[in-house]
Ligand binder design. Structure first.
Ligand SMILES: [Zn+2]
Ligand SMILES: [Zn+2]
Ligand SMILES: [Zn+2]
Ligand SMILES: [Zn+2]
Length: 528
């Protein structure tokens, strides 16, 4: 669930007029400097300290040829067990003009702006105090900027400024460092500078110059800052709440050692800003711990493309090595391909050899290219209208547009289509906003078979979808259905989120409430 800080960066920069129009060389990064070796190996002593700290967790860092560092267990781990948890080295909430969160705990609502810099928000004096050592320096630097420049200080820029300030404070020993919390670990992270394209590099360089302008340190290395932006893009994690809604971005250098699999044995969730990695399968002693960096719902091609684009590697997990095999072709065609022309046929379609269209692999019927194109164009046009209604705040109109999209997608795509599932998810969220529980539930129910197909048994998104279904059934008075859905939600979320979190405790309480009501109904029936 690493998100895409580099996409955030691009969006930020497009809106930032102060940074336009410069070339790489004028920004202090010429091409000749790009290809240097990535990072120095972690000093032997620091490595020994890290290994010994990890040993307390039952973990070790290992080096695998062609893959680099990975995290392995030195004991058996079982589903639901915490593998490791870590506070961020630095983190920053996703604050924007319309949404603000506390810099300390990421809470929203009832916030106060720092009166000196007017950039950072706090929920109260407790959070302000806990952040003060670092923010004191940041506040001074931000206060010196003129008003317009201060507006261009986006979360990514702040994250980098905080990274440099924390490094400085740790080296001066104003903030203490530990074996799992020190800048050496940040230095070790891969930046993939050789893989970053020119356009992206120019963006990083522009941002590095803004960081330089804020810090105003005489001997700062602008190229190193740019490289660190690339490092953040590959290694930082999106901090989410229990329902996986994004709140901010954080850098967790030990969690970043964990490699990716499309069928992972562990999951990363957050408790506030604490990153917690839990086992979702039995992980035998000596095995590598893996989490997923991306949304895994999609064909092998789609997953591989997003991993390559953001993380610059080709996945060789058990799902990905099947690419091109019969099973994988079939599954990809189901998730992202078209449906059979014949209503009652559930076959999947593949492009025919004459390139006339797509042939059903079950009944042999052909769907012409023209027909497919026509419906696809209608979907695009309706989607454009839908986003216009959404941005103008007309929820009712947006819902009817999405209803039309859903009908068109049902005509075009296979019933297990990811796009169709996403449209239904959007409808579910919009209908819940309007408190239309009945229609919301019907769309929620339609998504669940697709969730079950694309996610493994213990996936937080599947658990959350059961939870939503249970809540809606409860609101509609379908107690028995609510009990079934909430039981399934508990089964999954107690593993992915742990039983001690407030979120899961509340879920368990709802389930108990529903059970109590059901037995009350039953006993009052007996009395009659
Ligand atoms: Zn707070
Ligand atoms: Zn301030
Ligand atoms: Zn994979
Ligand atoms: Zn067919």
């Amino acid at each position: 669930m690493r998100d895409l800080p580099n996409r955030i960066v691009e969006r930020e920069l497009k809106n930032s007029s102060t940074l336009k129009g410069s070339s790489l060389s004028s920004l202090g990064i010429s091409d000749s400097k790009r290809g240097r070796a990535e990072s120095a190996p972690l000093a032997r002593v620091a490595m020994e300290e890290l290994q010994s700290a990890l040993q307390d967790w039952g973990l070790a860092v290992s080096n695998v040829p062609e893959k680099g560092r990975c995290l392995v267990t030195i004991k058996d781990l079982y589903p639901g067990e915490v593998i490791i948890s870590q506070e961020p080295y630095v983190c920053v909430p996703n604050n924007s003009a319309t949404e603000s969160r506390c810099d300390g705990c990421f809470a929203s609502g009832n916030l106060k702006k720092c009166s000196a810099c007017q950039v950072v928000w706090y929920c109260g004096s407790k959070c302000q105090k806990s952040e003060w050592k670092l923010h004191r320096l940041e506040c001074d630097a931000l206060s010196k900027l003129d008003k317009d420049r201060r507006k261009s200080v986006t979360p990514s820029i702040r994250l980098m400024v905080k990274l440099y300030l924390r490094r400085k404070l740790q080296s001066e020993k104003t903030i203490s460092a530990t074996a799992t919390d020190n800048y050496n670990l940040v230095e070790e992270l891969v930046a993939h500078m050789k893989d970053v394209d020119e356009e992206q590099l120019v963006l990083y360089a522009k941002m590095a110059n803004l960081v330089n302008l804020i810090l105003q340190w005489p001997d700062i290395n602008i190229k190193e800052i740019a490289e660190n932006f690339s490092k953040l893009a590959c290694n930082a994690h999106t901090i989410c709440d229990s329902e996986l809604r994004p709140l901010g971005t954080g850098l967790y250098p030990v969690v970043s050692i964990i490699n990716h699999s499309c069928l992972p044995n562990a999951v990363l969730v957050f408790e506030g800003r604490l990153a917690v990695v839990r086992a979702v399968q039995h992980i035998p002693r000596g095995a590598e711990v893996m989490i997923s960096y991306i949304e895994t719902a999609g064909s092998t091609m789609t997953r591989q493309k997003s991993l390559k684009q953001q993380y610059f590697f080709t996945c060789t997990c058990p799902c990905c090595i099947k690419v091109g095999q019969q099973d994988d072709i079939r599954e990809s065609a189901i998730l992202e391909g078209y449906r059979c022309k014949y209503d009652r046929c559930n076959g999947f379609l593949l492009r025919d050899s004459d390139d006339k269209g797509f042939v059903c692999q079950q009944c042999g019927l052909l769907r012409s290219k023209e027909e497919v194109k026509k419906i696809a164009a209608e979907i695009r046009a309706t989607s454009d209208k839908a986003s216009k209604s959404l941005s103008s705040g007309n929820l009712q109109e947006a819902i009817s547009m999405h209803n039309m999209i859903e009908k068109l997608q049902q005509k075009l795509f296979h019933p297990f289509s990811i796009s169709l599932m996403q449209t239904r998810d959007k409808l579910l969220k919009m209908l819940m906003e309007l408190k239309d529980w009945r229609d919301a539930l019907s769309y929620c129910k339609l998504t669940i078979p697709v969730y079950q197909r694309v996610y493994p048994e213990f996936h937080p998104l599947l658990g959350l979808q059961y939870y939503t279904s249970g809540k809606l059934e409860w609101l509609l008075g379908n107690t028995d259905d609510a009990i079934k859905s909430l039981t399934k939600a508990v089964h999954i979320l107690r593993i992915t989120h742990g039983t001690n979190t407030l979120f899961v405790k509340e879920l368990i309480m709802k389930l108990e409430e529903a059970r109590a009501e059901a037995s009350y109904k039953l006993s009052s029936k007996d009395d009659e």
